[in-house]
Design a protein around this ligand. Structure first.
Ligand SMILES: O=C(O)CC1=CCC(=O)O1
Length: 263
């Protein structure tokens, strides 16, 4: 377990793989933490140096009072990469993590060699939808979202498994202020223009059962980047890294290898 003290925030992070491995960075979704990547990381080939961190307001990272801006979340990841010497990385972002990925690529191409935009978009939802969600959480806690969130996150097949309880628990124990802070960041983000200007290798991943960022929404964002690829994982919802780790790891491995990133 490692903490990086960046002055105004302490971020919890984890590094796997050899010191001279090819850098890969993972950014998780709202209401989860870096463990959302456990299954996929275990299936990736050796030779990668993998950095994951808990976003502010999530996991073991600090949860300062919000609201947060997307610029702040991007800067957290940027400062952590600078601190730990991660540059020229394949950056894999899931949902809000994919928004951070777009913002970071637009700002610091020296840090991001290629992008994986998973179950994300340049704009997610509307200000009204996020305002409703913020009001609900402020009134009743993150728990009030649990039922609906499980339906957006997972397919009916996965929801019938005993594993669901742990992911629901992960959501419910997310810091209320941290969750709301990140909702504000999403509500205020429209990366249509910066993402349209990106010129780097990119892979979009969607889940056919995703109730938060449906496949067409992901595809529309990915198609803003010339030459980007798009892949659909059938039968998975918003967190295909949890529900379909083998398919997810295969897509990542093929993409990372195609970038000449694996020696
Ligand atoms: O909670 C959801 O509906 C899914 C989601 C939107 C942004 C994010 O990171 O997760």
């Amino acid at each position: 377990m490692h903490m990086a003290d960046l002055g105004d925030i302490r971020l919890h992070y984890r590094i796997d793989g050899p010191e001279d491995g090819a850098p890969v960075v993972f950014a998780h979704a709202l209401g989860t933490d870096l463990r959302v990547w456990d299954r996929v990381v275990a299936l990736l080939p050796p030779g990668l140096r993998i950095l994951r961190h808990d976003m502010r307001g999530h996991g073991l990272s600090d949860a300062p009072a919000g609201p947060y801006s997307m610029g702040t979340l991007v800067r957290d990841s940027e400062r952590l990469m600078d601190r730990l010497g991660f540059r020229d990385a394949v950056y894999v972002g899931l949902s809000i993590g994919g928004m951070i990925a777009q913002g970071l690529a637009a700002k610091r191409l020296d840090l991001v060699r290629a992008l994986v935009l998973s179950n994300t978009a340049c704009k997610i939802g509307t200000r009204e939808i996020w305002a409703e969600r913020i009001a609900a959480v402020e009134a009743g806690g993150v728990e009030v979202l649990a039922e609906g969130t499980m339906q957006r996150w997972f397919s009916p097949r996965f929801r019938a498994t005993p594993e669901l309880a742990a992911w629901r628990h992960m959501l419910e124990r997310t810091d209320r202020g941290g969750y709301v802070g990140c909702c504000h960041a999403i509500a205020g983000t429209d990366f249509m223009t910066p993402t349209s200007g990106l010129r780097l290798a990119a892979l979009g991943i969607a889940g056919s059962e995703d109730g938060s960022t449906p496949p067409d929404l992901v595809r529309e964002t990915v198609e803003l980047i010339p030459g980007a690829q798009f892949r659909l994982i059938r039968g998975a919802g918003h967190l295909p890294c949890v529900e379909a780790p083998e398919a997810y790891a295969t897509l990542l491995t093929e993409f990372i290898t195609a970038q000449g990133h694996l020696g």
